[in-house]
Design a protein around this ligand. Structure first.
Ligand code: APR
Ligand code: PHB
Length: 390
């Protein structure tokens, strides 16, 4: 098979790029290791920055997001028994975020690829890129006993943190930066009315908590837990009790609890791989960088990669201009590192670190006191949370 762009990975990054290129008549093939059902069973984050929402509309995938997603113009930080609101709208020049589950967004992208006749190959096993530094790269994969081959101009590695693409870059070229946090998030999804129409990020001595939502009848809650904890250790009752303990009394009092429909523990990690281009391989999304979920940047960092790549490929195919491709890695990484800084800051501000000393805790309290006494600090938080410009 021959195509222009071979995309490895059918998560949000790969699907969005595939759809955007297709709409401009740029032929592409997407190879996904798993079945569609498997990909759509994953529960992930749910906050989209306005730039991501705009890109979804450009990809003709924004209709349900605009209908069912909720526009949020602020969120709360609970600390020291009180709630302070961050006014995103006021402090980001009128911007907001859209609360819409990544699972729904991925479903919409798959439907768009179906509708417009996209070439999405599921259950592609042993995907392997070849000759990436030549002008004739290709990708092989296995389907049952058959080895298939896709010849292309460019390979896009959008295959997530555990994918094969990043691993194809030689060790002496690739530099990886990593920070692993000494805790995880235990998340619960429940068919209950959310405790608050806006998200609540809570700092508490017992550990961080987050009250989020997918809709007004579907809640998503998280609590910080030690990495040694297992899901089996946490009954629903134990989860609700611990969550309530970490929230201000008036919030805990109106919490509606119910059976969990999903429960999982995710470790927290910051990770960046540089460069994001090697020969004719371009990395995008989780394949190149991971953030802890505290600042809701994961999916949104992927969006800026896709924006830069899409425009670089358009310029190449439509105008013969390769400057976007040449600059892709530097441009994408500049924004990636800002998302890294912001996620690290939000994580450090709101979590209880097992090895922290009294001095660290005083600094956390002071950082929060400063935040809510300074319009400049709230402006900085707001502009990062709604997403820095692409
Ligand atoms: N071959 C083909 N596909 C692969 C391979 C492989 N060797 N390895 C992984 N994949 C697929 C995975 O099955 C997955 O569907 O690549 C996809 C990568 O998707 P994600 O992990 O979702 O990564 P990405 O699309 O970059 O999404 C950005 O933002 O909210 C965050 O981490 C969250 O998934 C989210 C991410
Ligand atoms: C979520 O709803 O899953 C969510 C929201 C905000 C975050 C992280 C996760 O910062």
């Amino acid at each position: 098979m021959k195509t222009k762009v071979c995309i490895i990975g059918g998560g949000p990054s790969g699907l969005l790029l595939s759809q955007l290129l297709h709409l401009k008549g740029i032929d592409n093939v997407l190879l996904e290791k798993h079945s569609r059902e498997y990909v759509l069973a994953r529960i992930r984050a749910g906050v989209l920055e306005h730039g991501f929402a705009k890109l979804m509309r450009e990809a003709q995938c924004g209709e349900r997001m605009d209908r069912e997603g909720e526009i949020h113009e602020g969120f709360f930080i609970a600390h020291d028994g009180r709630m302070d609101r961050v006014d995103l709208h006021k402090y980001s020049g009128g911007n907001s975020v859209v609360v819409y589950g990544q699972t729904e967004l991925t479903k919409d992208l798959y439907e768009a690829r179906d509708r417009t006749g996209g070439q999405v190959i599921h259950n592609a096993e042993d995907v392997k890129p070849h000759d990436l530094t030549s002008s004739t790269p290709y990708v092989t994969y296995r389907r049952g006993d058959d080895i298939e081959r896709v010849d292309c101009d460019y390979v896009i590695g959008a295959d997530g943190f555990h994918g094969v693409s990043r691993k194809s870059i030689p060790k002496d070229v690739l530099k990886e930066y990593e920070k692993v946090y000494p805790f995880g998030w235990l998340g619960v999804l429940s068919r209950t009315k959310p405790v608050s129409p806006e998200l609540i990020y809570a700092r508490h001595e017992r550990g961080f908590a987050l009250c989020s939502l997918r809709s007004q009848v579907l809640s998503r809650y998280y609590i910080q837990v030690p990495l040694t904890d297992t899901v089996e250790q946490w009954s629903d009752d134990a989860f609700w009790a611990e969550l309530k303990r970490r929230l201000p009394d008036e919030v805990a009092a109106r919490m509606v609890t119910g059976p969990s429909i999903e429960k999982s523990i995710a470790p927290l990690r910051s990770f960046v791989a540089e460069p994001m281009r090697w020969g004719n391989l371009f990395l995008a999304g989780d394949a190149a960088h991971i953030v802890p979920p505290t600042g809701a940047r994961g999916l949104n960092s992927a969006a800026s990669d896709i924006y830069y790549l899409y425009h670089a490929l358009l310029a190449h195919y439509q105008q013969g201009d390769d400057s976007g491709l040449e600059n892709y890695s530097a441009k994408a990484l500049a924004r990636v590192w800002k998302a890294q800084r912001f996620s690290w800051w939000m994580t450090t501000l709101l979590h209880t670190f097992p090895d922290s000393i009294e001095y660290d805790r005083k600094l956390q309290q002071t950082d929060l006191a400063y935040l809510f006494s300074s319009e400049a600090a709230q402006r900085s938080l707001a502009e990062n949370y709604v997403g820095l410009p692409f």
